[in-house]
Design a protein around this ligand. Structure first.
Ligand SMILES: Nc1ncnc2c1ncn2[C@@H]1O[C@H](COP(=O)(O)OP(=O)(O)OP(=O)(O)O)[C@@H](O)[C@H]1O
Ligand SMILES: [Mg+2]
Length: 455
């Protein structure tokens, strides 16, 4: 550690000189001041990493300097030095945000250790702040894109939820519709943002391991971890826990989670004590929980508890108007990540994307944009950059259409029925878009659906 700049505020020349001398030898840059006013002036003009501040100064006392620094340089580490120590002054200094308080005369080594600690702590704090800001940029509500009315309604409901005292939220929607992203956004927009966000996918572990992960276990319960271990419920205290694929949670654990939601306490595996934890629980499922309840795989009472605030995120095929926004959003993201300079998508390519049903939802669209941007160096993404599985879904223009008649012939009505069925399936039953896929008007499509008893 070297080259950090230390401002040394000390009016006694001899002490100042010897400290400055030693600190320079240790590799620090030292700026000296003998008055509080001078010190504040230095702070205005120069970048300083740490302040060593004498308690008694000729023009003002050290505490006033500390107070002023607290206003202008909130995260500046300050170490107070004094020959007239009283408990009250020490307490006052610490309250005003001093990092530490040394009594004169002190060993210079003691001072060096304290400086080291102060610099490290400040660097860590700064790093943590940067990390939090980055998390917020990545996961805050500003990262959620969409203009479909159902989506914007969900976003605004979730914003309200985030700052409310609601303790449970249920997010349902197909794979890749954004459940994780919304759960993160809720956490980072809430007053729990500085506490942990933890998630666990309930389908990823056998039931007994899942219990251990979630509830933790008492010392001596399991041979593989004899010391015992805190579970997620304990570690995330004050924050948010996301139970992903909660439908896969076993009935036994469901009972414990229900009890936790109702009483805010739980027991570790093998433990008898009730442990208290303050959490917001977000439950997510890509299959409708109501069906799991009907099958007897999910507790009705827990379902009722969770669905106080139910959110159903529509699949991407039901909100094609979000596709252009999402495409641009992902292009921006990957431009940054890959240092590229793609600018957008042609109308033709966009039209095809908006008609494609995206069974993998937003995740599939994101992967697609990523793949194209890795493989193609073009500024504007065009139809021929789209992979064949997507082009294959686009309506064929008449000139491209040559269906080969099999040698044994076909029953035309069966072909027509099959194509109608496929178009409906691909568009999730959206007749307007199904009609477009088949080159029909909506009325003609309706007529044909009726003819085949499909409507
Ligand atoms: N509205 C949105 N705006 C921006 N990005 C989105 C949006 N919805 C989803 N994404 C992105 O799509 C990808 C998939 O989203 P996410 O992981 O949240 O889906 P999920 O519903 O949790 O899926 P799964 O059920 O498979 O866990 C992520 O990269 C996410 O950032
Ligand atoms: Mg997910």
């Amino acid at each position: 550690m070297a080259n950090e700049r230390i401002l040394l505020v000390e009016d006694e020349k001899l002490i100042r000189w010897s400290l400055a001398n030693r600190l320079s030898k240790e590799g620090f840059q030292v700026v000296e001041a003998d008055r509080g006013g001078d010190a504040l002036k230095v702070m205005e003009d120069q970048e300083v990493d740490l302040v060593l501040l004498d308690y008694r100064l000729p023009d003002m006392d050290g505490l006033s300097v500390l107070r002023k620094l607290g206003d202008s340089h909130r995260n500046m580490p300050v170490i107070m030095m004094t020959a007239y120590s009283t408990v009250e002054s020490a307490i006052e200094a610490m309250k005003l945000g001093a990092f530490d308080y040394l009594n004169k005369p002190f060993e210079i080594d003691e001072l060096l250790v304290t400086i080291q600690k102060a610099l490290e702590t400040t660097a860590l704090k700064r790093e943590l702040g940067r990390f939090r800001r980055e998390q917020e940029r990545q996961f805050g509500f500003q990262s959620l894109v969409g203009r479909n009315p159902r989506m914007t309604e969900i976003f605004s409901l979730m914003r309200k939820m985030a700052i409310s005292s609601a303790s449970t939220i249920l997010l349902q929607g197909e794979n890749g519709t954004g459940k994780d992203l919304i759960a993160h956004a809720i956490h980072y927009a809430s007053d729990r943002a500085k506490k942990p966000f933890m998630d666990i996918t309930c389908s990823s572990l056998p039931e007994d391991f899942l219990q251990r992960e979630i509830l933790g276990h008492e010392k001596g319960t399991f041979e593989d971890v004899p010391a015992g271990k805190k579970g997620i419920l304990e570690m995330a205290d004050g924050g948010t826990v996301l139970f992903d694929e909660i439908g896969q949670m076993g009935l036994g654990l469901q009972g414990k989670i229900l009890r936790f939601i109702e009483e805010k306490t739980f027991k570790r595996v093998g433990g008898t004590d009730d442990i208290r934890s303050d959490l917001r629980i977000i439950a997510a499922s890509h299959t409708p929980l109501a069906e799991a309840v009907k099958r007897g795989d999910f507790r009705e009472d827990l379902y009722q508890r969770l669905k106080v605030i139910p959110v159903q995120i529509p699949p991407l095929r039901e909100r094609p108007e979000d596709i252009p926004l999402l495409v641009n959003h992902f292009i921006d993201q990957f431009n940054r990540e890959f240092k590229k300079d793609a600018r957008g998508v042609t109308q033709g390519a966009l039209k095809i994307l908006m008609e494609y049903p995206f069974p993998g939802n937003v995740r599939e669209l994101r992967n697609l944009v990523e793949r194209i941007m890795i493989l193609e160096a073009k500024e504007v993404i065009d139809v021929d950059d789209l992979p064949s599985e997507i082009l294959g879904q686009a309506p064929a223009t008449p000139s491209q259409t040559t269906f080969l008649l099999p040698p044994g012939g076909v029953i035309l009505e069966n072909v027509e029925r099959s194509l109608l069925e496929q178009a409906l399936k691909r568009t999730g039953g959206n007749q307007t878009r199904a009609a477009r896929l088949l080159g029909l008007t909506r009325d003609t499509l309706r007529y044909r659906l009726k003819k085949y008893d499909l409507g």
